[in-house]
Ligand binder design. Structure first.
Ligand SMILES: [Zn+2]
Length: 397
């Protein structure tokens, strides 16, 4: 089929009465939609009436926001509590260098309003939580999950189940993405697949594992496509299916998903009847290390390293991470290799383990203590806390 030429699709010369609520400027702007029989004026009005909540104004939220705004979705809510960081620009294309250090939702809203002033963009500068999720979700028709953490994902799923809203799910990690539409009224929900979050620290974050910058663009646009189709009521959606995107081999695989008759939130046997904040932390950044008897603070480690009998440092990050930033390591053993390389480590010397944010190092301490290493501790908050508190000149990632 030949590609359409630009002049093939001009806007209608005069506005029929049934699209009177679209202005002349809108008729022209959306002309490529209006000439599609599957969209047309009726579909464009449905898009204008639609209220879509985007949770997460990041890698997925960027393409989602840009394309949903461009398509004319009338009301777009953006939820995010973060500020733009220079490490975001590799994939979060809604932002530019002028936005670094500023709140994501406000900068994204500004960009989307500039792209399409006919869209009402509502910035919710907050973290979605059990306290706020119900109010946010019920104010919109369709919810799109562009979050990057388990507490938000589970809380959002439950809020959508309770409110009867579809949850357009997307996630990315390294070279792989996943997309589905969870709608408990018609199919499975996220907890039908994963009843509860994984053990803390067991799943690396994108900051630790990396993500190909293009991948959230690809996955976010599939989420945007599903959202638009649901608003228009056309085609088939990913309800009951998980689309797995393998960017390295460029393979798209559909897995059929079944509703779990014992799902903790959407089944007759449900045990969860109200929203809750899951305790999962994949990046235990912060200062609340009081419960961890083997944690040392950056200040304590800094002082210890000045002493004559300074502890040895064991870096359990991956080699590629060490290329970005590193301390004066004595030992370098990636966490997955640690069980088979214990013989390389001293038992008669203090050893401080570190990683990016303290999750992998905590696992390493458990493993080493079980293996009989009694003089081992780890850096609370990892290299991130060290960079913040001791050496701001180290590159962050
Ligand atoms: Zn379920």
């Amino acid at each position: 089929m030949a590609h359409c030429r630009e002049e093939d699709a001009m806007p209608p010369k005069s506005a029929p009465s049934d699209i009177a609520d679209l202005s002349r400027e809108e008729l022209q702007r959306y002309s490529r939609h209006l000439v599609l029989p599957e969209v047309g004026a009726e579909g464009q009005r449905a898009l204008k009436r639609a209220r879509v909540l985007l949770v997460g104004a990041g890698g997925l939220g960027s393409p989602l926001g840009l394309y949903l705004a461009a398509a004319g979705v009338g009301t777009l809510g953006l939820v995010d509590d973060d500020v733009v960081d220079v490490t975001n620009l590799q994939r979060q294309v809604v932002f530019g260098v002028d936005d670094v250090g500023l709140p994501k939702v406000e900068r994204a809203a500004r960009r989307l309003r500039n792209l399409n002033p006919h869209v009402d963009v509502i910035a919710h500068h907050e973290r979605l939580s059990a306290a706020t999720a119900a109010g946010l979700v019920t104010a919109y028709d369709i919810v799109v999950d562009g979050s990057d953490n388990f507490p938000t994902r589970f809380c959002l799923n439950d809020a959508c189940v309770f409110a009867g809203r579809p949850d357009v799910f997307g996630s990315v990690y390294r070279f792989e993405g996943q997309v589905s539409v969870f709608d408990a009224r018609r199919g499975p929900c996220y907890r039908c697949l994963f009843p509860h979050p994984p053990p803390p620290g067991s799943v690396p974050s994108c900051a630790e594992g990396g993500v190909l910058g293009i991948l959230p663009g690809l996955v976010g646009l599939i989420q945007a496509t599903e959202t638009i189709k649901m608003i228009l009521g056309i085609g088939e959606t990913l309800v009951g299916k998980l689309l797995v995107v393998d960017a390295l081999r460029m393979r798209f695989t559909h897995l059929n998903l079944l509703k779990d008759p014992a799902c903790p939130v959407c089944s007759a046997q449900a045990s969860i009847h109200q929203l809750r904040d899951e305790a999962y932390t994949c990046e235990p950044v912060g200062t609340d290390w009081d419960g961890d008897e083997y944690a040392v603070s950056p200040t304590q480690l800094h002082a210890a390293l000045q002493r004559p009998n300074a502890p040895a440092l064991l870096d359990v990050r991956e080699p590629a991470e060490r290329e970005i930033a590193t301390l004066n390591n004595t030992y370098e053993i990636p966490i997955d290799e640690l069980p088979t390389r214990l013989a390389e480590l001293p038992r008669d010397r203090d050893l401080v383990v570190y990683c990016l944010s303290g999750g992998r190092s905590a696992r390493a301490v458990r493993l080493l203590r079980e293996a009989g290493f009694h003089r081992v501790s780890h850096l609370a908050g990892g290299l991130r806390a060290w960079t913040e508190q001791i050496d701001p000149s180290l590159p962050r990632y």
